[in-house]
Design a protein around this ligand. Structure first.
Ligand SMILES: O=C(O)[C@H](O)[C@@H](O)[C@H](O)[C@H](O)COP(=O)(O)O
Length: 256
């Protein structure tokens, strides 16, 4: 098996606008590749600024050229709140992205917001199993976990990804595909999240970080000094490629 570092690409763009332009092309190219190879494209979104950074996909040429009918959309994590709540990652993605592109609504897998955190995580996992059984969602021949085509992830200032926070026992989950957290240090406290075995079984991951908030975390994750304890983001190792999209501000400590 290739060294994980062979799969890591770090790209630094002058501005956030340049990141957005380049990210749209990356996503559109992968959409075309998987639509052709598999007949579907399974895309996982996170919350946070990521949704704003994929805005170019909602504009020409992509809004007209991407095969949106092949897309199946999921969330790497979701807050356990109603879908119309200001904290909902579904609402964030709907308002900023999904309402502007013609993805069939039946192919958008939101959490069931009528359930408890535990129930919603189980229900989401059951939905994923069904999609693996019907072949919409691939399965990793390496791990046996579902293999999403592309995850679009953001990172928090503490190096968290999804709702997997530094020092939290959920970092060690090895069996479940989707789990729940009742004590998220970032509000709101109740969330559901994909686990590392699922994140790391995906084919491609774009890690998108712009602006000043995560400068130290980017440096810890990608700088020359080794940390005694890995940040959650440093545990991210997809099967094909991990591509970091940084602007010069986020990468400023790396370039010192
Ligand atoms: O629900 C969440 O909290 C997000 O899905 C989370 O994974 C997010 O992507 C990072 O925390 C970065 O968030 P910011 O963009 O808000 O810094």
């Amino acid at each position: 098996m290739a060294d994980q570092n062979d799969k890591k690409v770090v790209k630094v763009y002058a501005t956030e606008e340049d990141v957005a332009v380049s990210l749209a092309k990356y996503v559109a190219d992968l959409s075309a590749k998987f639509a052709k190879e598999r007949g579907s494209f399974t895309v996982v979104l996170s919350g946070g600024y990521l949704i704003d950074t994929i805005r170019k996909l909602t504009l020409p040429p992509y809004v007209d050229s991407v095969e949106w009918s092949k897309w199946h959309v999921f969330w790497v994590d979701e807050r356990v709140v109603p879908k119309n709540h200001v904290d909902s990652n579904y609402k964030l993605a709907f308002d900023g992205f999904l309402s502007k592109v013609p993805i069939p609504s039946g192919q958008v897998s939101a959490i069931n917001d009528a359930l408890s955190a535990e129930g919603a995580a189980e229900d989401y996992q059951t939905g994923l199993k069904h999609l693996v059984d019907t072949g919409v969602l691939a399965k990793s021949s390496v791990t046996g976990f579902p293999k999403f085509d592309l995850m679009l992830l953001g990172m928090g200032p503490d190096g968290h990804v999804a709702s997997l926070f530094p020092g939290h026992p959920l970092l060690e989950e090895k069996e479940k595909w989707v789990t729940h957290i009742m004590d998220s240090p970032k509000p709101p406290p109740q969330r559901i999240t994909f686990t590392f075995p699922v994140i790391n079984s995906s084919a491609y991951i774009a890690m998108v970080v712009c602006g000043p908030g995560e400068v130290d975390a980017v440096y810890k994750a990608l700088g020359k000094t080794e940390n005694p304890v890995l940040l959650p983001v440093q545990r991210v190792t997809p099967e094909e490629e991990l591509k970091w999209f940084l602007d010069e501000v986020a990468a400023s400590k790396l370039q010192e």
